[in-house]
Ligand binder design. Structure first.
Ligand code: ARG
Length: 463
């Protein structure tokens, strides 16, 4: 007989129940209740398979499968009473199932262990989040493409070292982020394809002697195939780590863009106006409109990459197969997923709403001698100078303009020819920012024609 105070699941071997502190450190129900629907889906597939293989009766399987649906509806309705004494979602569900259907509930755990069960549940949950990340990224990409389409030929300064470098187009800048988030999307898809193998039926670590059909449960749960090594299957959390590393890179990209929005919306830049919907005011300074959403998105990479590092540290040095350390996996992935989805949604909203100030963008693009490279290229093309000499001549012209306090197109032809006699009137054509961007038609370049071609390509990719 099992002692009342010891555990109902393994009380056979235990004379006393756990210390309160033991219960507190051991229990995961506080967070793994988020795996309830995955746990129930896994158990229903397992029960069906057990009956199909003649391991339990059809009527027991039916009672189990229906009972599990009742448990699920109780959880969804918020009526389920979660118990810390029952440690985790797996035992909470099974224990309630026993209350509802009685004896057949005890047959559900045949030929499986919580080790393959938790790996299965957590994989199913993480797989959904990978899909959600792909959808979130796609929405963001579409918002960026709409901006790019609107401003395929708006001219703005392009920077290196955050110093004015060459004029670029707004559309080109937006599409740069489309490329980044596009790679993020494909990383999540790659990770999903790699992780989509079912651990169920690996049992505690060594597999089972029962004649189970792992291919059937794998298929029922939408996996491509069962995992090929039971030790690996219960010890593997690569899928969580891959989610976190894909999420970290995405969050890093979001952070870079958020930083640009913070700079662009400042009074010094005034490149964009962020909408009221994604800004906040100050309690003391009435003039303020703060880019809080952008700042918070910028910060999210800290906790998401932190989660990635945390799980790496949990997993390093763990011997095969399952160790309880691995229970520390879920909170990291849960928190990172929640914050990634929030950051993606906030960025999508901000991008859709933001208004570019095209006058300021153009004025900024025209300052800082941004067409100096165009001038040097002209000297190569039209006057036959070696590029190094053209660079030198242009440098002298920039110095002259700087001294005069004007821009390059404001220098007279006399002033130009005083530096190099081969310069003609035609040079002024390449000094405007519009002509500068229009000339950069190399594949992937900033010319509006190239930007439109890339938008069209992405439209085809997204369908
Ligand atoms: N709550 C556990 C976890 O999250 C489930 C697996 C427990 N397995 C065990 N052998 N104690 O990892």
């Amino acid at each position: 007989m099992t002692d009342k105070k010891s555990n109902a699941m393994w009380g056979g071997r235990f004379a006393a129940g756990p210390d309160a502190i033991m219960e507190a450190i051991n229990a995961s129900i506080g967070f793994d209740k988020r795996l309830a629907s995955q746990d129930i889906a896994g158990s229903r597939a397992h029960a069906l398979m057990l009956a199909q293989q003649g391991i339990i009766t059809d009527s027991d399987a039916q009672a189990i499968r229906e009972g599990l649906l009742t448990v699920l509806s109780e959880i969804e309705a918020g009526e389920f009473v979660f118990s810390t004494a029952l440690e985790d979602i797996h035992m909470n569900v099974e224990s309630r199932l026993k209350e509802i259907i009685g004896e057949p509930a005890g047959r559900l755990h045949t030929a499986r262990s919580r080790n393959d069960q938790v790996a299965t549940d957590f994989k199913l949950w993480t797989r959904d989040q990978m899909d959600a990340a792909v959808s979130g990224l796609e929405a963001l990409i579409r918002a960026l493409m709409a901006q790019a389409e609107k401003g395929a030929d708006w001219v703005m300064p392009g920077f290196t070292h955050l110093q004015t470098a060459q004029p670029v187009t707004w559309g080109h800048h937006m599409m740069a982020y489309v490329e980044m988030f596009g790679r993020d999307m494909s990383r999540f898809k790659d990770a999903r394809a790699r992780m989509n193998e079912s651990p169920l039926g690996s049992a505690a670590l060594a597999g089972t002697g029962f004649p189970i059909d792992r291919h059937m449960t794998a298929e029922a749960l939408g996996f491509d195939r069962p995992t090929a090594n039971s030790l690996d299957a219960v010890a593997d959390r690569d899928f969580g780590l891959e989610f976190l590393s894909c999420a970290s890179i995405t969050a890093m990209h979001l952070s870079r863009f958020a930083e640009e929005l913070v700079i662009w919306s400042s009074a010094q830049f005034r490149f964009v106006a962020l909408s009221d919907r994604f800004s906040t005011g100050s309690s003391i300074m009435p003039q303020k409109k703060n880019p809080d959403a952008a700042e918070l998105i910028r910060a999210k990479v800290g906790r998401i990459f932190g989660a990635n590092v945390a799980l790496m540290m949990v997993m390093k040095g763990l011997p095969l197969a399952y160790s309880k350390d691995m229970q520390e996996d879920k909170e990291q992935v849960f928190d990172a997923a929640d914050n990634l989805m929030l950051a993606l949604a906030a960025m999508t909203g901000m991008v859709s709403d933001m208004n570019a100030n095209t006058d300021n963008l153009r004025a900024a693009a025209a300052s800082g001698f941004s067409t100096a490279t165009d001038l040097a290229d002209w000297l190569v093309r039209e006057a036959g100078l070696p590029f190094r000499d053209a660079h030198h001549v242009t440098g002298a012209l920039v110095a002259m303009a700087e001294k005069k306090g004007c821009d390059l197109p404001d220098l007279s032809l006399e002033e130009m020819t005083s530096v190099h006699e081969a310069i003609t009137e035609g040079v002024y054509n390449v000094l405007t920012v519009e002509n500068s961007v229009a000339s950069r038609t190399s594949y992937g370049g900033t010319a509006p024609s190239q930007v439109r071609a890339q938008i069209a390509r992405w439209k085809e990719v997204l369908g």
